[in-house]
Design a protein around this ligand. Structure first.
Ligand code: SF4
Length: 232
């Protein structure tokens, strides 16, 4: 039987269980009474074009100075911010993006992420996409993982797996997203769907990093049955 987003989700969930994304230091936020959603927003920007291990180093620097705070990022001198996030690469650009985001949240929502996220998903998405350097993948990661809003994140791994199975060979971000959402919305309730999008994106990242790599390691891949590219 041909794979669908639903069958992939079921298969991978059985193997991986709850993956508890977004990867984040929850204890830090308990200790510092800070908002973990802002760490997710910063992480979604810093992860552009780099490995997550580099983002973790930048986040550790920010945490060591207690900087995971909207107001503090608004006030910080840009060169200090650049220094802290240097390990994530493209640090000049990313410092501007992180600062712009904090200024946007502070000036328009008084720094309240509750106010920011408690609106229509598409209005928030359009607003995020209008900010410099925020593309669909970053915007949707923020909406799904920080805002807990029902939108599926498409990344290069999703496109790779879609092409290899094949599932959907379209190259457009929006068309792939629509394909996943239409299929999954038929199988899950409105109440369930955000968690499904959350888990499925995390599952795809793990599958692509461990099995469906650039050079695929198909012999132990959970999707190898009915995969046209299967090399095992
Ligand atoms: S069988 Fe191979 S090509 Fe197909 S999804 Fe798995 S790792 Fe990728």
């Amino acid at each position: 039987m041909k794979h669908t987003p639903h069958t992939i989700y079921k298969k991978l969930y059985k193997k991986f269980g709850d993956l508890h994304w977004w990867p984040m230091d929850k204890e830090y936020h308990v200790r510092n009474s800070s908002d973990p959603r802002f760490e997710i927003i910063i992480g979604a920007i810093l992860t552009q074009n780099t490995a997550w291990s580099n983002v973790e180093k930048a986040l550790t620097n920010l945490k060591s100075k207690n900087m995971l705070d909207i107001e503090k990022i608004v006030k910080i001198n840009i060169s200090s911010l650049q220094d802290m996030i240097r390990p994530s690469g493209f640090f000049n650009q990313k410092a501007d993006r992180v600062k712009n985001m904090a200024i946007h949240l502070q000036e328009n929502y008084d720094g309240s992420l509750d106010t920011f996220f408690n609106r229509d998903l598409h209005s928030i998405r359009d607003e995020l996409l209008a900010l410099n350097g925020i593309g669909p993948e970053t915007a949707d990661s923020i909406l799904l993982y920080a805002g807990n809003l029902p939108i599926f994140v498409v990344d290069a791994y999703t496109k790779r797996i879609c092409k290899r199975l094949p599932l959907n060979t379209d190259i457009s971000y929006e068309k792939i997203q629509q394909f996943f959402q239409e299929n999954l919305c038929k199988k899950f309730t409105q109440k369930e769907i955000t968690k499904v999008y959350n888990e499925l994106h995390a599952q795809i990242v793990i599958l692509a990093k461990n099995y469906c790599k650039k050079k695929p390691a198909c012999s132990n891949c959970l999707l190898k049955d009915n995969c046209e590219k299967n090399l095992s």
